[in-house]
Design a protein around this ligand. Sequence first.
Ligand SMILES: NC(=O)c1ccc[n+]([C@@H]2O[C@H](COP(=O)([O-])OP(=O)(O)OC[C@H]3O[C@@H](n4cnc5c(N)ncnc54)[C@H](O)[C@@H]3O)[C@@H](O)[C@H]2O)c1
Length: 258
Amino acid sequence: MTEKVAIITGSAGGLGKGIAERLTNDGFDIVLHDINQDLLNETEAEFKDKGFKVTSFVGDVSKREDQFALVKHAVDTFGRLDVFVNNAGVEAVTPLMDIDQKELSKLFSINAFGMLFGTQAAAAQFIKQGGGGKIISASSIAGHESYEMLGTYSATKHVVRSFTQTASKELAKYKINVNAYAPGVAKTKMWDRIDAEMVKQDPSLKPGDAFAKYTAEISLGRYEVPTDVANLVSFLASPDSDYITGQTILVDGGMVYR
Ligand SMILES: NC(=O)c1ccc[n+]([C@@H]2O[C@H](COP(=O)([O-])OP(=O)(O)OC[C@H]3O[C@@H](n4cnc5c(N)ncnc54)[C@H](O)[C@@H]3O)[C@@H](O)[C@H]2O)c1
């Protein structure tokens, strides 16, 4: 059987690293990718020590040419592409009245335009190969429901859900499945930063309080870990999800009900 190949953007750390680790265990050859070269090198070395078949590529998802170069690197290295995970994303914590052009440009460029460019680059390769493929993107609970202080972030994660629907409809004829995962509150560097910013904005909060407030609402009684997200992405990357497309699936321990 031909080995399958997966790209995960923003996989030097956080949820992306957890997804990459799971997909290697599922038998994929992996392309790690990040804008943070040092962390990417560390993660690649760690994966190689574990015997994983892995390569890495430094790029910025907000640059369309970088996304196409990333896919080219995967094909040059492993000969094909089967799964593209649009995982990279950034946050901002700002009261609505203070949101400015700079924040909007940054978050939309990375979270929304980046997801679209990744989808285009992956789909172009899948169409060329002719055998279909899977595109899986990071939305969020904030892609289903918008939160205070997270206005720009929430808007970009709604865009991910929107492009997922459009792409699934346009690309279905090529047997390309397009879905998204919508995590809740996972303890990664992203939430460390969100908590620190929320504390800065509200003097009644101490470090850890914002994270505690959000996680207290989770029905299953604990915060999310990368494996929780990776389990869903593994399913969406597998033939078991062949009849699912255009969906943004919540994986949040019970926070947002749709
Ligand atoms: N942590 C959560 O609770 C949570 C919840 C819902 C959704 N998400 C989404 O899941 C994804 C991963 O989140 P995380 O918590 O692991 O974040 P993280 O900040 O811990 O990791 C994100 C990674 O993406 C990389 N990155 C940032 N900008 C990039 C760019 N322009 N190009 C390439 N790489 C870039 C970073 O260097 C980092 O390694 C994001 O899209 C995020 O919005 C996270």
